[in-house]
Design a protein around this ligand. Structure first.
Ligand code: SAM
Length: 214
């Protein structure tokens, strides 16, 4: 049975220090990364590297995001406990766990069935209970429970999906990497029923957000 040991905890403390040096300041984000056993979200061959600030391959040719990317996106969300959050791209479930740890009510969508199935078991087994894990196409969002206070997209989108903008509450924020090969991180705030403000932040590299046609 895989475990969390003092060795893992020590490595997590070092990772948190590194993220602080890279500019992450929000306590709730640093606490989540300091407490969540990332090694339990990885395939056994990568477990020894789990606390390096790197992305790693997971099932279905996808990746678990680099801890800095997870921390950066989580910080940009400006999340408060109790907020309703839609995540597109459950992947390993690690970012989902961070959002749960920060007190969000999380809806998360994954289009790869194997990853969906793994997270469905893994998250509750580790004590994380998102409101709903959804197997489906995140381009469409999850209108059944809209509007959302926050939306986070963890795959690179060629453009901002209209359906997601429509599912954001007025005053709500979406953090989404946009671009074909390299992405700019956008923070979009809905300011009225028709208006949005956009902040363009640094460069990142994500696996692509795939639609029905891919
Ligand atoms: N947050 C994840 C983690 O911490 O492991 C990282 C996820 S990985 C970078 C991006 C994920 O988005 C992949 O699991 C991929 O299958 C998923 N994805 C891509 N297109 C999608 C779509 N249209 N709907 C839902 N998930 C999608």
């Amino acid at each position: 049975m895989k475990q969390d040991t003092t060795k893992h905890q020590g490595k997590r403390r070092q990772l948190v220090e590194l993220l602080k040096q890279k500019g992450i300041t929000q306590k709730a984000v640093l606490n989540a990364i300091g407490e969540i056993p990332r090694h339990l979200f990885l395939d056994s061959s990568f477990v020894d590297h789990a606390y390096q600030d790197k992305a790693f391959p997971i099932a279905s040719d996808q990746t678990i995001s680099q801890p800095y990317t997870v921390a950066f996106q989580s910080e940009q969300l400006q999340l408060e406990p109790g907020m309703k959050v839609l995540e597109i791209g459950t992947g390993s479930g690690y970012q989902t766990a961070v959002l749960c740890h920060m007190g969000a009510e999380v809806y998360t969508i994954e289009r790869q069935h194997e990853l969906f199935r793994i997270s469905l078991k893994r998250l509750p087994a580790l004590g994380f209970n998102p409101k709903k894990l959804i197997f489906g196409d995140g381009y469409k969002g999850f209108p059944e429970r809209a509007p959302y206070d926050r939306i986070i997209v963890t795959a690179g989108a060629p453009s901002v999906p209209e359906a997601l903008l429509a599912q954001l509450v007025i005053g709500g924020k979406m953090v989404i990497p946009v671009g074909e090969h390299q992405q700019k991180m956008l923070v979009i705030t809905r300011t009225s029923s028709t208006d949005f403000e956009q902040l363009v932040l640094g460069d990142f590299r994500f696996v692509p957000l795939l639609g029905d046609k891919n």
